[in-house]
Design a protein around this ligand. Structure first.
Ligand SMILES: [Zn+2]
Length: 575
């Protein structure tokens, strides 16, 4: 094995109070009013999830006919029709406040193109070829955007994190400059044990939001920079450069009132090779700069190099759609509280062809999660009686464009977030057979993890913390927008300990997918898919949502979690 799996956190709340079966209170009053807590139904007695149906939905949604489910395409129309049809047929209710199954999400689609990025120093010119060496775009809703002889400043990891006493800018004014940044967050060694990363700073080996590329462009805008160029490194980013290259096709954004003019003009990535050349042109040593960047004492370094680039934008505004369905709770009061399941229906659509195939089918990402959402909804309709609280099924658009559909929902929710107890997200499912474990990204974040642990425990399985926490997966799917707004969010992932397989099999499956199929046209349903693991995982997710919807209290973020304060303010009705 190339990577040690994370050890489970030892400190976890021992029992889930919400599931502790208190005695039913004798009811002296008629409804309305909270009903007494029912006996917890063992996981084996809940309706089972039909994974043959999950596979059939996945095959349909990831077929070439759906053209990779790009927002605003014929593929979107087919997908929305498919989902609405499924929900309607199983008898769940339209979930949007206007009585329909869909929520309109206004988006702007931007297709960038550019001549080479030109670097200059003392009359020496170096050109970075568009797409080969540099991938850049402008989110300005404008025909073109440019930087002209903008001075390059190396700002290390580009982070301002007061809670870690970290500021890569110090007092340096970078207005109008183009910032060159490293990806991920700084690797800070532990003082006692310098071979290990300090878990108290930027999560140690785990990636924090400060390590995400979206953060880097946000902070660049906050500092009034003209542009931001990230130096790509496969290990630190979590994916190879060709994943970045897929971003030269049309990308979407929510339409903001300022037409995104508050963002930096140029947001880009350059290859590691070109990053080294750039630093060389500045007369510096790349490894030396990286070393400096890993320290609190780091100071921004003007590179004495200027950059010029003009991006031409092809613009298109469209209304994409989220799909929302609902199962009403049985309790006359608690039915106005919600558990929300999410899965993004979109993928990358039709793009640059690989081996003659330009359809990005997105079977695992995320036709299969969308299929799981449908079948969990169906399982709720098969309960003898619905849970006390209502269950919402939300299939969001434009996740691949930066979690836009879920962002839109989180800013314009159909149900108050203060009354939303939990979000349970599905992005990819295990299609490689049964596992002893279920992975939870950001394990220990909230009480939901305890629910999941208990449910998996009833199957004789265990929870495992994210084995690749350095890749920042917690910030990479739709539950993050719920977490950001305070709602406790569960981010499950497939296990790694496959039953009847050698120990390294799980990591091999993950690595193979990341290298060969992730965000490529080859993400398709394979004949060897084995849905027996997905059946168990989906059963856990079903049980978690069901039990939260029956529980006596709201699930909470664990102490020390970055989203806890937001939630507490929200529940007190503060903005
Ligand atoms: Zn996905």
């Amino acid at each position: 094995m190339t990577r040690a799996f994370a050890v489970l956190p030892a400190v976890l709340v021992a029992a889930v109070a919400a599931c502790s079966n208190p005695e039913p209170k004798p009811s002296t009053e008629p409804a309305p009013g909270p009903t007494p807590t029912v006996q917890r139904t063992p996981i084996g007695e809940l309706p089972s999830i039909d994974v043959d149906a999950v596979l059939a939905h996945t095959k349909a949604l990831s077929s070439d006919q759906y053209e990779g489910r790009g927002p605003g395409t014929e593929g979107e129309e087919l997908t929305i029709t498919y989902l609405v049809d499924q929900f309607r047929k199983m008898g769940v209710k339209p979930g949007n406040s206007d009585g329909t199954f869909t929520q309109k999400v206004p988006l702007v689609g931007i297709t960038p193109s550019s001549a080479p990025l030109v670097l200059r120093k003392d009359g020496v010119e170096h050109r970075l070829e568009w797409r080969e060496d540099v991938v850049a775009w402008s989110k300005h809703v404008a025909e073109s955007a440019s930087i002209e002889d903008s001075e390059l400043v190396f700002v290390g990891y580009g982070i301002v994190a007061p809670e870690f006493g970290w500021d890569d800018y110090k007092d340096v004014d970078v207005t109008g400059k183009t910032l060159v940044m490293l990806v991920n967050d700084p690797p800070v060694a532990e003082e006692q044990n310098p071979s290990e990363l300090d878990p108290k700073i930027f999560g140690g080996k785990a990636m924090t939001y400060y390590g995400r590329w979206t953060y880097k462009y946000e902070i660049g805008a906050a500092r009034h920079a003209a542009g931001v160029l990230l130096i790509h490194e496969t290990g630190a980013a979590g994916y190879p450069f060709d994943v970045v290259q897929s971003k030269v096709s049309e990308q979407f954004d929510l339409v903001t009132p300022d037409k995104n003019m508050g963002r930096v003009a140029i947001e880009g990535w350059i290859t590691l090779d070109q990053g080294r050349k750039l630093v060389e042109l500045a007369g510096k040593d790349f490894e030396d700069l990286k070393r400096q960047a890993a320290s609190r004492d780091f100071q921004p370094i003007p590179l004495g190099v200027t950059a010029s680039m003009t991006i031409k934008n092809k613009l298109r505004t469209i209304d994409s759609q989220n799909v929302i369905a609902r199962v009403d709770g049985r309790d006359p009061v608690l039915r106005n509280e919600y558990v929300i399941y999410t899965a993004h229906w979109d993928h990358l659509g039709v793009g640059v062809a690989v081996d003659g195939d330009g359809i990005y089918n997105g079977a695992k990402d995320n036709a299969v999660g969308t299929a799981g959402l449908i079948e969990i909804a169906r399982a709720f309709t098969k309960l003898a009686q619905p849970p006390k609280r209502s269950i919402v099924f939300l299939s969001v658009t434009a996740e691949e464009q930066g979690l836009l559909g879920s962002q839109y929902y989180s800013l314009s929710p159909a149900y108050p977030l203060a009354k939303t107890l939990a979000n349970i997200n599905m992005d990819g499912l295990n299609v490689s057979g049964r596992t002893k474990d279920l992975t939870l990204i950001g394990y220990g974040a909230s009480d939901l993890d305890d629910y999941a642990r208990d449910a998996a425990g009833e199957q004789g399985r265990v929870i495992r913390a994210d084995p690749e926490s350095e890749k920042g997966f917690y910030y990479r799917s739709d539950h993050f927008n719920f977490a950001k707004q305070g709602v406790p969010a569960l981010d499950p992932d497939e296990g790694v300990e496959f039953i009847g397989r050698p120990a390294e099999y799980g990591q091999k499956v993950r690595d193979h997918y990341t290298t060969y199929d992730y965000h490529k046209p080859s993400d398709i349903v394979r004949p060897d898919w084995d849905m027996s693991g997905a059946r168990e995982d989906l059963q856990v997710l079903f049980a978690v949502g069901y039990r939260v919807a029956e529980a006596d209290k709201y699930p909470e973020w664990k102490p020390g979690n970055e989203f806890k304060a937001v939630r507490e303010a929200q529940l007190k009705g503060k903005p």
